[in-house]
Every structure is written in structure tokens, then in C-alpha cells.
Design a protein around this ligand. Structure first.
Ligand SMILES: Cc1cc2nc3c(=O)[nH]c(=O)nc-3n(C[C@H](O)[C@H](O)[C@H](O)COP(=O)(O)OP(=O)(O)OC[C@H]3O[C@@H](n4cnc5c(N)ncnc54)[C@H](O)[C@@H]3O)c2cc1C
Ligand code: FES
Length: 285
């Protein structure tokens, strides 16, 4: 797990970008601790609010010189809508960085970075780091429509290998990121795929990567209550190196997991063969 700080971070800017809001937060001491794949949690609602749980967001950028981190917020329901409307000068109660970041290749590799919607937010810093280490990268970015694509210009600033897809066909190819994935893997000779987006997308990306014998690292978006490893809200069934399946916390051991080891079909249930399943009433669905 990361070594997080808790502080009241001042909102320096709130940029509307497509369907999202990019918040720039002054968080001294945090950026130097951040690695691509880490996330932050923000308190919402204020004292006395019924919104008791913090909301988790991937860290998009971290700038140690400026002492800032940036988050990309999709306004969905009460908590994220409030954060998307944060005013410059307001202070937000922040804990960051949290989680386990993307594993970085020791040697230069060719890596395909795949995202659905705001899932791209943590992938640009990752792509920059892979390039800094002498590797090659390609992006496959998808969304329901044009406004849902995030960071197209950032992707193009890092590589000419950028493939865009929208389900309504308004930008790029019509379809989903998984449609051209096998071809994209071949086109750049990728030996590793990094993916972030909805769980169904991560499952499909993992299956394609495994079928092509390519490593796959997925940043999952499992609902979280505490975000710090205490409550077990965020567990997923994952196959360990010993071949045994266990529930693993996505807030501390994740959110990045080897996509080949996540038991995607069993998320939300207690598989019978899970270690400790009997004690949990295993087999119940
Ligand atoms: C590791 C991680 C990284 C994320 N990164 C981003 C990001 O970069 N940008 C972004 O817009 N959103 C991101 N999300 C999703 C974001 O946390 C939810 O959209 C947000 O918590 C919803 O809060 P709400 O009050 O608007 O919705 P509500 O549905 O009212 O939230 C109720 C509760 O459910 C949890 N919850 C609801 N939806 C989700 C969800 N999809 N995933 C996880 N928990 C959920 C919330 O934490 C909250 O405790 C991320 C989630 C995780 C786990
Ligand atoms: S959210 Fe509480 S243990 Fe992960």
C-alpha cells in the first residue's frame, strides 16, 4: 500500500472537459508519493451530511514542483456531482495516494494502454513513464460518445498510435475498445496491456490479452467504503501464485490486478472453492 497523507487540499482550478471536470488540488507532500495507478479519496457533504463515505478517484497527474495533483471527475450522483462543482479556493478533505500502482516494466516494452471513458485518467502518466524507460506505447480509447472520451490530445502528444472508438460512431471507429484489440496488440507488437474502465470492459480486455499470451494489468473500479483496507467492501476473487483463490481488497492490494488472475465471472459471489468460503457461507449466490 502507498504511504498516504490526509490534508485539506485547496482547489486551484476546476476545468470542465467534455463530460468531466478536471480538478487541480494543492496537496503539498502528496505528488512526490504518487505513482501511476494510485488513487485518492475525497470527503463529500461536509459535517453532518448523510454522505458519510469518501469517494475514490484515480490520480490523473501529480506535479511535485507545483505541489498539485489532478483528478478527473464524472458527475454521476450526489457525491461526484458536488465534487465536479467544487469552487476555486474551496478546501477538500483528501487522502492520497492510496492503493498499489501499475507494475512498471524493467526493460523497454511495447505496451497497449486501453481505457473506457475517464478510465484513461491514470494512463497518461503511465504511458509517459513507459516511454521514459525506452518503451513504445499505443492507446485505445473508447466511450459511448465523443464527450465521454478523455485525454485524446494527451494520448496524441505521447504517441502516434492512438485508436479512438465511440459506441455511437460520433468520433473514430464505431464500436467498443475490445473490437480492434487483437489487431492493435499485433500492430504495435505489444507484450503487455494496461487497462482501466468499467468491469465488463476489463474482463473482455483480459480475455483477449490472455488469448494472445500478453500480460494484462487492470485497474478495477470496485465500490469502496473505507478505501484504506479496513472494511472489506471492495474484495474481489483473485487466483494467487499458489493457484488458490482468495478474496483480495481492491483498495490496498489493488486497484491494479493481473487481469489473468481475477475471477471476473465470480465477482459479486462467493465461489465454492474460495479459501475460507465455507466460513462465509460459500456457494450462496
Ligand atoms: C479506484 C477507483 C478509481 C476511480 N476513479 C474515478 C475517476 O477517475 N473518475 C471518476 O469520475 N470516477 C472514478 N471512480 C468512481 C467514483 O468513485 C464513483 O463514481 C463515485 O464514488 C460515485 O459517487 P456518487 O456519490 O456520485 O455516487 P453514489 O452512487 O451516490 O455513491 C455511493 C457510494 O457508492 C460508491 N460508488 C458508487 N459508484 C461507484 C463506482 N462506479 N465505483 C466505485 N464506487 C462507487 C461510492 O464510493 C459511494 O460510497 C473510481 C472508483 C474507484 C474505486
Ligand atoms: S474499501 Fe474498505 S477494505 Fe477496501
Amino acid at each position: 500500500m502507498a504511504n498516504p497523507l490526509q490534508l485539506r487540499a485547496e482547489v486551484l482550478a476546476n476545468h470542465p472537459e467534455g463530460a468531466y471536470h478536471r480538478l487541480v488540488l494543492h496537496a503539498p507532500g502528496v505528488p512526490q508519493r504518487v505513482r501511476p495507478g494510485h488513487f485518492a479519496t475525497l470527503a463529500v457533504g461536509g459535517p453532518g451530511s448523510a454522505l458519510v463515505l469518501r469517494r475514490p478517484f484515480a490520480i490523473h497527474r501529480a506535479d511535485p514542483q507545483a505541489g498539485t495533483i489532478e483528478l478527473v471527475i464524472a458527475p454521476k450522483a450526489a457525491g461526484s456531482r458536488e465534487l465536479a462543482g467544487a469552487r476555486v479556493g474551496e478546501r477538500l478533505d483528501l487522502i492520497a495516494p492510496l492503493g498499489t500502482p501499475f507494475p512498471l516494466p524493467e526493460q523497454p516494452v511495447s505496451a497497449l494502454l486501453v481505457a473506457g471513458g475517464y478510465g484513461s485518467a491514470p494512463l497518461f502518466a503511465l504511458g509517459a513513464e513507459i516511454r521514459r524507460r525506452g518503451g513504445r506505447i499505443g492507446f485505445v480509447l473508447g466511450a459511448a460518445g465523443t464527450g465521454g472520451l478523455y485525454g485524446v490530445d494527451q494520448a496524441r502528444a505521447l504517441t502516434q498510435d492512438v485508436l479512438l472508438l465511440t459506441e455511437d460512431g460520433s468520433t473514430g471507429l464505431a464500436g467498443r475498445v475490445t473490437d480492434p484489440l487483437a489487431e492493435a496488440i499485433r500492430a504495435i507488437g505489444a507484450t503487455v496491456v494496461y487497462a482501466c474502465g468499467p468491469m465488463a470492459m476489463l474482463r473482455a480486455v483480459s480475455e483477449i490479452a490472455v488469448a494472445h499470451e500478453v500480460r494484462v494489468h487492470t485497474a478495477v473500479e470496485e465500490a469502496m467504503a473505507c478505501g484504506t483496507g479496513i472494511c472489506m467492501t471492495c474484495v474481489l476473487p483473485v487466483v494467487g501464485e499458489d493457484g488458490r483463490s482468495r478474496f483480495v481488497r481492491s483498495c490496498t492490494e489493488g486497484p491494479v490486478f493481473d487481469g489473468a488472475r481475477v475471477r471476473w465471472a465470480d465477482i459479486g459471489s462467493v465461489p465454492d472453492d474460495l479459501e475460507g468460503a465455507a466460513a462465509m457461507g460459500g456457494g450462496l449466490r
